[in-house]
Design a protein around this ligand. Structure first.
Ligand code: NAD
Length: 421
C-alpha cells in the first residue's frame, strides 16, 4: 500500500478484538470464550529448497489450525513476503467463523510460506511446494485438514500438493486439497467461486439498501482470483467497474474499464497499464477513496484503517479480501452509515465450493456447473438473510451479526462435544 498505517497492523489482535466485540452481544461462558480465542495447533517449519543456480535456500512455512469442533480444518495457503505466524493465526481464526456462517461442516486453518513467489522460477516454486507439503503432511489429510489456494497460490500449487501427499500416502488422494485443476478432481465453478460469491453478497446487500447492482459504480482493489473474477461478475450484473488494481498500482476510468481487457493487459505485461486501458493510473490508496457506489477490497488485509476510513466515499463495502478493515476503521465506517459486508460472509463462496469439491472427491461424484452455481446461490443467500436478521434484531453491524452467527454455531458444537478427557 502506498500509505503506511499510523499503527502497525496486528491481524491476530484484530481478529481477537472482533471476537470480543461479538462476544459482548452473546452469552458465553468465560472458559469457552478463552478456548476459542486460542488456536489449537501451530506448526512452523524451516525447510531447504534447491534453487536453480545450485544454491540452497531456507524458507519458513506455517500451518495453523484454529478450531475443528465442527469438522476437519480447512483453509488456504499463502505465498507472500509478509506472511508470518500472526497473520496466519488470524486468517485461521477467520476461517473457523466463515465455515460456520455458511454452515458447512469444517473447522478453520490457514497456512503459508514466507517467500516472494514473483522471484521464484516454476521449478523453484514446485520444489518449495513439494517440500512444504512433506513438512506439513503429518497434520493435513482429507479427513483432517484440507488446504486450498490463497494469495499467490492456485491450481498448479494444489496439483503439486495433491501429488506429493498421494506419493507419501501411497494412494491417489484428491480430497487432501481443494482448488485443484479440473483434470485432477477439481470442481467446476471453484475458480470463480469466491469472486462470484462477492457479487452475490453485494447484490443481496444492495437489495437490502433498496438498490440494484445495475448501474452501480464499483472500485476493486486486487485483480487476482477474487478481484479479477468479481469484476467479471459485477459487469454481468450490470454494474460499472471504474477502477481496478494490482500490487503495483491501479487504473481508473469513470466511464468504466472492461475487466477482460484489464486482465489481458495484466497477463501480457505483468501489470495494469493505464494507456492500454484508456484510463488514468492511480495508487491503491487513491482507489480506495474514489467516488463510487461500491468498494470491493480484494487483495490484502488492513487496507481500511483510521487513516483513510473517513475519506471512503462508497456507501457499500464488500470485503473480498480477508481482514481488509481494522476494527477502528469499522467503527468510523459504521458512524458514516457505510454498510460493510464482512469477509466471513462476502468471500465465503470460496470455501463453500471447496466443500462441494471435497464432497465430490470423497464420493467420486461429478456435479454440473449449474448444480454448483445454484447450491452456491442458495447457501450465500440463506446466510445473508440470517446475518441481516441478526443485525436487525440486535441492532449491530453486519460484521458483528455474522460473528454472532458463526461463533454461536462453533460454541453450540463445542458445548455438545464437551472437553476431553
Ligand atoms: P491472488 O494471488 O489471486 O491475487 C492477489 C491480488 O492482490 C493480485 O491482483 C495482486 O496484484 C494484489 N495485491 C497483492 N499485494 C497487494 C498490495 N499490497 N496492494 C494491492 N494489491 C495487492 O489472491 P486471491 O486469491 O485473489 O486473494 C485475495 C484476497 O482474497 C486475500 O485476502 C485472500 O485471503 C482472500 N480470499 C481468497 C479466496 C480464494 O478462494 N482464492 C477465498 C477467500 C478469501
Amino acid at each position: 500500500m502506498s500509505q503506511k498505517p499510523s499503527v502497525p497492523l496486528d491481524p491476530h489482535a484484530m481478529a481477537v478484538r472482533q471476537l470480543k466485540q461479538a462476544a459482548a452481544h452473546m452469552d458465553i461462558e468465560p472458559g469457552l470464550l478463552e478456548r476459542i480465542t486460542h488456536t489449537e495447533r501451530e506448526v512452523t517449519v524451516h525447510f531447504p529448497v534447491k534453487m536453480d543456480d545450485g544454491s540452497l535456500r531456507m524458507f519458513a512455512g506455517y500451518r495453523v489450525q484454529h478450531n475443528d469442533v465442527r469438522g476437519p480444518y480447512k483453509g488456504g495457503l499463502r505465498y507472500h513476503p509478509a506472511t508470518e505466524l500472526g497473520e496466519v493465526r488470524a486468517l485461521a481464526m477467520w476461517m473457523t467463523w466463515k465455515a460456520a456462517v455458511v454452515n458447512i461442516p469444517y473447522g478453520g486453518a490457514k497456512g503459508g510460506v514466507t517467500c516472494d513467489p514473483k522471484t521464484l522460477s516454476p521449478g523453484e516454486r514446485e520444489r518449495l511446494t513439494r517440500r512444504f507439503t512433506y513438512e506439513i503432511a503429518p497434520i493435513i489429510g482429507p479427513e483432517r485438514d484440507i488446504p486450498a489456494p490463497d494469495v499467490y497460490t492456485g491450481p498448479q500449487e494444489m496439483a503439486w500438493i495433491m501429488d506429493t501427499y498421494s506419493m507419501i500416502s501411497g494412494q491417489a488422494t484428491p480430497g487432501v486439497v481443494t482448488g485443484k485443476p479440473l483434470e485432477l478432481g477439481g470442481s467446476l465453478g471453484r475458480f470463480e467461486a469466491t469472486g462470484r460469491g462477492v457479487v452475490i453478497t453485494a447484490r443481496e446487500a444492495a437489495r437490502h439498501l433498496g438498490r440494484d447492482l445495475e448501474g452501480m459504480t464499483v472500485a476493486i482493489q486486487g485483480s487476482g482470483n477474487v478481484g479479477g473474477v468479481a469484476a467479471r461478475y459485477f459487469e454481468l450484473a450490470g454494474a460499472k467497474v471504474v477502477a481496478i488494481s494490482d500490487s503495483k498500482s491501479g487504473v481508473y476510468n469513470p466511464k468504466g474499464i472492461e475487466s477482460a481487457q484489464a486482465l489481458a493487459c495484466k497477463d501480457q505485461y505483468a501489470c495494469l497499464l493505464g494507456h492500454e486501458l484508456a484510463s488514468e493510473e492511480i495508487s491503491n490508496q487513491e482507489l480506495l477513496e474514489l467516488e463510487v457506489d461500491l468498494l470491493a477490497p480484494c487483495a490484502m488485509e488492513g487496507v481500511l484503517t483510521p487513516d483513510n476510513a473517513d475519506r471512503i466515499k462508497a456507501k457499500l463495502v464488500v470485503e473480498g479480501a480477508n481482514g481488509p478493515t481494522t476494527p477502528e476503521a469499522d467503527a468510523i465506517l459504521e458512524d458514516k452509515g457505510v454498510l460493510v459486508v464482512p469477509d466471513i460472509l462476502a468471500n465465503a463462496g470460496g470455501v463453500t465450493v471447496s466443500y462441494f469439491e471435497w464432497v465430490q472427491n470423497l464420493q467420486n461424484l461429478l456435479w454440473s456447473e449449474d448444480e454448483i452455481g445454484q447450491r452456491l446461490e442458495d447457501i450465500l443467500c440463506r446466510s445473508m438473510k440470517e446475518v441481516l436478521a441478526i443485525a436487525q434484531e440486535k441492532k449491530v453491524s453486519l460484521r458483528n451479526a455474522a460473528m454472532i452467527l458463526g461463533v454461536g454455531r462453533v460454541l453450540a458444537a463445542s458445548r455438545l462435544r464437551g472437553v476431553y478427557p
